[in-house]
Design a protein around this ligand. Structure first.
Ligand SMILES: Cc1ncc(C[n+]2csc(CCOP(=O)(O)OP(=O)(O)O)c2C)c(N)n1
Ligand SMILES: [Mg+2]
Length: 615
């Protein structure tokens, strides 16, 4: 066996360069790069190793570990999980800064390879700078925080351990069912230790997406159930996009006369104007999709985790006879709420299901209802997004302006605040992946860093990041990285002077406006933040606009620019789209001295009665 003597860190770097993926017949590197913030625990080991492979595996310097991991996660999502990135950090705070991002990837089932540095395996210099020192457990380090939010966690304390660990890591990162974050905590002395690695460990490997075919009996049972349906309805989740099943979904819906509601992760599975697409479903759903979801007797749930925003906290699907067919690669999801599982890749699953259904079509009366509801919704929705002269436009009116100046190939990126709900209802996505919402963890601060990852995944598309003032203040530093890397973003920053959506939620649950909008906080001086000046200081072109007309002009100008641009607009914190949507379970206090809370509790108990438990 021929071997090569490398440090463990050099072996990691070399191994990553040998991993390939095949997209549209073209073999390319699986890893689009490594994000790195060096410190003690990775600068000497991983730093030296990454420098050695920089021509084949670029290293990118970020400003915040959470932000760089967000960029990596967004890159993977925008690449349909077919490409990914790694992230390396120092030990201690550099590492734990990434834990929230690991949770983002875990919830959203997205691949990212996290390589935090760890304490010395030999323990000689203990306690080292940033070592947390457990009194009771000598094996614990700060990196144990990654365990619950990693699909696979390992700590590498001998150089040869990296051989099975990296192979296991690749299984997890590329398996559609298991997919999620992998954390390999790399002890700093081990990174620098040499070992005679077998050459074969570094042979090129081309990873192909596994397309699990349905089990025959499950397929027959699912087809029987769908054939018995009078009111079938499809829920399209992120799995449709990860599988590249858009055409299969369109064919399936057309052939069998079915309508589709899209989750946040599934939005853009069908073009907004496709006859079958009723738009968003669930708590932030369109009136059209929700009308059909409420009545549906068979819900075909494709590639969705069925989170509460999709199921209306399990009160949306009201038909007492409703059954669910769970078409999913992951049994954990396919069997939720007594669903009839159909374990398969979304694309082949839909193709085979269609074959099994033959010429079966949904009843015409039901199809007619879908068409009517869709027409009614579009008329209603336009009232919220049409141009306005209002001094303080709503989020929906800003979305209307962005939409009017956008191109079909644009990608809109968002994650938290009031915007995701408004975008889910109103954004008209024309092409697959044109809508990028991180709404599994809805992590404030994902937006700009995520936008950067989306842009790096496909630089040919214009990326428009929509972000609230709260999210922007929480994390904006990768804006400077976008400037540094020449990866252009257009950021539309909606300044409603605080946490608008949480203030609205607080009021809706009977609370007093308290500690959300800046004016309702404990303060000595009410902040008056000059976001345009802030963005400009990070190197972006920045402008503050007044109203929708100026916003549209600024958006057109930004399109012509090659530079990252931030457009700031003041918006109304109280306005949101009251049409469409569905109840969401947010627990209201059972006792309170406030009459408004008592009233909200009464409404809450009435709503709870609609919640279906366990069926
Ligand atoms: C990291 C993180 N902390 C807290 C929350 C809870 N949260 C959701 S939206 C929100 C306010 C967002 O404010 P902003 O970005 O200004 O959007 P707005 O609500 O004003 O539309 C908060 C605090 C979260 N989703 N993520
Ligand atoms: Mg805000």
């Amino acid at each position: 066996m021929s071997t090569i003597r490398l440090t463990m860190a050099q072996a990691v770097a070399r191994f990553l360069t040998a991993q390939k993926t095949e997209i549209d017949g073209q073999v390319m590197p699986l890893f689009g790069g490594v994000w790195a913030i060096f410190g003690h625990g990775n600068v000497a080991g991983m730093g030296e190793a990454l420098h050695g492979v920089r021509d084949r595996l670029p290293t990118f310097r970020a400003h915040n570990e959470q932000g760089m991991a967000h960029a990596a996660i967004a890159f993977a999502k925008a690449s349909r999980r077919r490409r990914m990135m790694a992230c390396t950090t120092s030990i201690g705070p550099g590492a734990t800064n990434m834990v929230t991002a690991a949770a983002v990837a875990h919830v959203n089932r997205l691949p990212v390879l996290l390589l935090p540095g760890d304490v010395f395996a030999n323990r000689r210099p203990d306690p080292v700078l940033q070592q947390i020192e457990s009194f009771s457990d000598g094996t614990v380090s700060a990196n144990d925080c990654f365990k619950p939010v990693s699909r696979y966690f390992d700590r590498i304390s001998r150089p040869e351990q990296i051989i099975p660990a990296l192979q296991r890591a690749m299984n997890v990162l590329t398996d559609p069912a298991e997919c999620g974050p992998v954390t390999l905590a790399l002890c700093q002395d081990t990174q620098a230790e040499a070992y005679d690695y077998p050459e074969s460990f570094f042979s090129e490997r081309v990873w192909m997406p596994r397309r699990t075919r349905p089990d025959e009996a499950e397929l027959a049972r699912a087809a029987d159930l769908i054939r018995s349906a009078k009111k079938p309805f499809i829920v399209a989740g992120g799995g449709v996009l990860y599988s590249g099943a858009e055409k299969a979904l369109a064919d399936f819906a057309e052939r069998h006369g079915l309508f589709v509601g899209e989750t946040q992760a599934g939005k853009s599975s069908l073009p907004h104007d496709h006859q079958a697409n009723l738009g968003a479903v669930g708590v932030t759903g369109t009136g059209a999709a929700n009308a059909l979801a409420e009545d549906a007797d068979v819900v075909i749930a494709v590639g969705t985790r069925l989170q509460d925003f999709t199921t209306g906290s399990w009160a949306l699907f009201k038909n007492p006879n409703r059954r669910i067919v769970g078409l999913n690669v992951q049994a954990f999801d396919a069997t939720k709420h007594s669903a009839l599982p159909l374990l398969a890749d979304a694309r082949v699953g839909l193709e085979e299901l269609s074959r099994a259904l033959g010429t079966w079509k949904a009843p015409e009366a039901w199809t007619g209802k879908g068409r009517e509801e869709k027409a009614r919704w579009f008329e209603t929705a336009a009232r919220y997004t049409d141009p306005t002269n209002a001094e303080l436009p709503s989020d929906a009116q800003v979305i209307g302006a962005v939409q009017r100046t956008s191109q079909p190939s644009d990608v809109v990126v968002c994650a938290a605040g009031g915007l995701p709900g408004e975008l889910h209802k109103h954004w008209k996505a024309s092409t697959a992946l044109g809508y990028h919402l991180e709404y599994g963890y809805s992590c404030m601060g994902y937006e700009i860093a995520g936008g950067l990852g989306v842009k790096m995944a496909d630089p040919s598309r214009e990326v428009i990041v929509m972000v609230g003032d709260g999210s922007y203040l929480m994390m904006n530093s990768e804006l400077a990285t976008s400037v540094m890397l020449g990866q252009k973003l257009t950021v539309v920053l909606l300044d409603n002077r605080g946490y608008g959506c949480i203030n609205r939620l607080q009021r809706a649950t009977g609370g007093v406006s308290f500690n959300n909008l800046l004016q309702h906080t404990h303060h000595v001086t009410l902040p008056d933040i000059d976001f345009a000046a802030h963005a400009a200081s990070l190197g972006a072109q920045a402008v503050k606009v007044k109203g929708i007309g100026e916003l549209e002009d600024a958006l057109k100008k930004a399109r012509g620019s090659e530079h990252s641009t931030v457009i700031v607009i003041d918006t109304d914190p109280l306005a949101s789209t009251d049409a469409g949507g569905h109840w969401w379970d947010v627990a209201v206090p059972e006792v309170s001295s406030r009459d408004q809370v008592k009233a909200a509790r009464k409404d809450y108990e009435t709503a709870l009665a609609e919640q279906r438990v366990g069926d």
